[in-house]
Design a protein around this ligand. Structure first.
Ligand SMILES: [Zn+2]
Length: 315
């Protein structure tokens, strides 16, 4: 059995339990926390993340897949400390989000793939914390040359290591098609690919087209925000896919941070008006409503437990 890498080291996949597909221990301030550390209170941010995730763990969430990349201010030592203190398992990511460093334009795709492979096989920064997943991202700007380089490097790293890819995609523009095409061109096995933020569209036909090709879908960003589908629409899309027999390829999440960086001199991070339930929205509201609408609890268990395990292990 393939072990799953977490911030606290490898674990047996049977230990994953209830797993959120796309989250963050700390919401991004880009790279500000790294370059302008005086602007933030790291200790308070740590305390906030720990107390929040303790509650999340006590409410039954065992694992979160943290898709924070270097350009989102990834800090694996912060995540490790939070994970240990809160008792929640965190899978951390290699890869790059929407703001690739300039070097990804000038360096060869092969050399960028080597970076991702190193973070998978040896560790991130100067730690032995290994990436369990590879993040890629494209959005309204389209698939620009630098984003394409990152996609191709991620595709090669997935092909070499068997680690899965989880994407951020602009669902309205149906970019999943192009992400998939590019990754397949680089030799990524289709079952190592998850197209994420897929609940940002209510176009079931588009999602079925992706599923038919063999990918996983992350139906995340619950409970939605103004200008995007609300949680009821997200649930309706999930139910439509489950009714067509696709529960075995779907994962759910919030794309939410357990804390935001606490600004220096403040005691609390800025609140989030749109999701007061945070990482417990699905447990408290989304999943019970899905079950009330007729989705079986067996299928909910499949999406929250089995699918993330199969996605992470490839088994
Ligand atoms: Zn995210």
């Amino acid at each position: 059995m393939v072990a799953v890498e977490t911030a606290l080291g490898p674990i047996d996949p049977s230990q994953l339990g209830f797993t959120l597909s796309h989250e963050h221990v700390m919401t991004s301030a880009g790279e500000d926390t790294k370059h302008y550390p005086w602007m933030f209170d790291r200790e308070r941010s740590l305390e906030r993340a720990i107390s929040s995730l303790r509650e999340v763990k006590q409410a039954g969430v065992d694992t979160m897949i943290d898709l924070t990349t270097p350009d989102l201010g990834r800090d694996v030592k912060f995540i490790q400390e939070v994970s240990r203190a809160a008792g929640i398992q965190v899978v951390v990511a290699t890869g790059i989000w929407l703001d690739p460093p300039r070097s990804f334009l000038t360096r060869s795709v092969a050399a960028s793939a080597d970076i991702f492979v190193r973070e998978i096989e040896e560790g991130i920064d100067n730690t032995s914390i290994k990436a369990g997943v590879i993040k890629v991202a494209t959005d309204v700007a389209g698939i620009t040359p630098v984003h394409e380089n990152v996609l191709r490097a991620a595709g090669r790293a997935a092909a070499r290591t068997g680690r899965p890819i989880s994407s951020h995609h602009h669902a309205e523009a149906e970019q999943g098609r192009d992400q998939l095409r590019i990754l397949l061109e680089e030799g990524t096995p289709v079952d190592r690919i998850c197209i994420g933020h897929s609940a940002d569209t209510t176009d079931v036909d588009y999602l079925l087209l992706l599923l038919d090709q063999g990918v996983w879908l992350s139906m995340d960003r619950y409970p939605g925000r103004p200008g995007r589908p609300n949680w009821q629409q997200r649930n309706a899309t999930v139910k439509a896919l489950v009714d067509r027999g696709w529960a075995h390829r779907i994962m759910l999440g919030h794309d939410f941070g357990a804390t935001r960086p606490v600004p220096a001199g403040m005691t609390e991070p800025p609140a989030d008006d749109y999701n007061p339930d945070g990482l417990l929205f699905l447990s408290r509201i989304g999943l019970p409503a899905l079950i009330s609408s007729g989705v079986s609890s067996t299928d909910v268990d499949l999406m929250m437990r089995e699918v993330p395990r199969r996605f992470l292990t490839g088994e």
